[in-house]
Write a protein that binds this ligand. Sequence first.
Ligand code: ADP
Ligand code: TRP
Length: 332
Amino acid sequence: MNETVVSGIRPTGKLHLGNYFGAVQNFLKFQDTYTCFFFIADYHSLTTHPTPAGLNDSVYRVLAEYLALGLDPEKCTLYLQSDVPEVAELYLFLNMNAYKGELERVSSFKEKAKSQPDNINAGLLTYPVLMAADIILHHGTRVPVGKDQEQHLEMARTFANRFNRLYNVNYFQEPFAIGSGNKLVKVPGLTGGGKMSKSAGEADSIYLDDEPEVLKKKIMRAVSDSGPATPGMHKSVPVQNLFDLMALVSAKDVIDFYDKSHTEGSIRYGDMKKQIAEDMEHFIAPLRSRIQDTLKNRELVAKAAKTGMEKARESAGKTIREVREIIGFRPF
Ligand code: ADP
Ligand code: TRP
């Protein structure tokens, strides 16, 4: 089947392991096979009120990182959301058909409302509507994202179907989240809490350009527990997190060894962390050096943005013309 893949990352900081394994790894896989649109969700990042200079730097950085990690402007459409104003128009149309009650029930909204009580703006409430617009603007059917985005994808299907029903058309297709195998990925943070996240702070995240000493220090300080008291004890959440990190970068025999020593009750978390740090450095080293090089290449980054904008607007323009016609914005 001819799938169209769409996904974006907010320019809210440096890319980390969660972004890589939840999203970018699949972007790389799909760009060889499907029609792909990958973008930087800079409109979305306005919900947290970045400064103009901060916004500009972050957008540049994510685009440079996309390129450094291997996204190829020849193979996929790589663009900035704000370079495609058509998405704002589709967002407006979808907003007419999105209800306050359902938006208030979205977990990410509830979390944000709690964490930033002084800035519960309408953009935050309608975040999933803009995200649905991003996807269906290009008739996306597959959306590579991490587990945290599952509910947003459900909303995108709701809005696509609702548009079809309202206008009695079969115009938009349903988009589905896609992970690795049939599972959506959740990379844990290092501080024993939830998912690794750009906003959770330095100590919680492993960035794709972390220097070797920083990397090692962060991993050695990761939360674990004092060791299984009895053989066969269940893994606590922080210990399971360590195993999850190890699974991303270590070889199977290494993972099996630590798994067995946990079951036997002989595991030493210090050794395990040293091993993770070593394997992580092995994984990060080539990425770090490509990111550092690409960040310096302003011409390459600017050129990629321009090429991407042209391709994205072509696809978006077609959809918007058709949507306007469906809605009834027609010449007399
Ligand atoms: P963050 O939450 O760090 O600000 P974004 O919200 O911009 O990152 O997420 C960009 C992409 O990376 C999304 O597809 C998201 O699902 C994925 N992602 C972010 N953090 C993780 C994580 N810890 N594990 C798996 N995927 C993640
Ligand atoms: N909401 C996503 C996140 O926080 C980013 C995003 C915006 C996105 N629009 C999208 C992801 C469209 C996939 C498709 O990670």
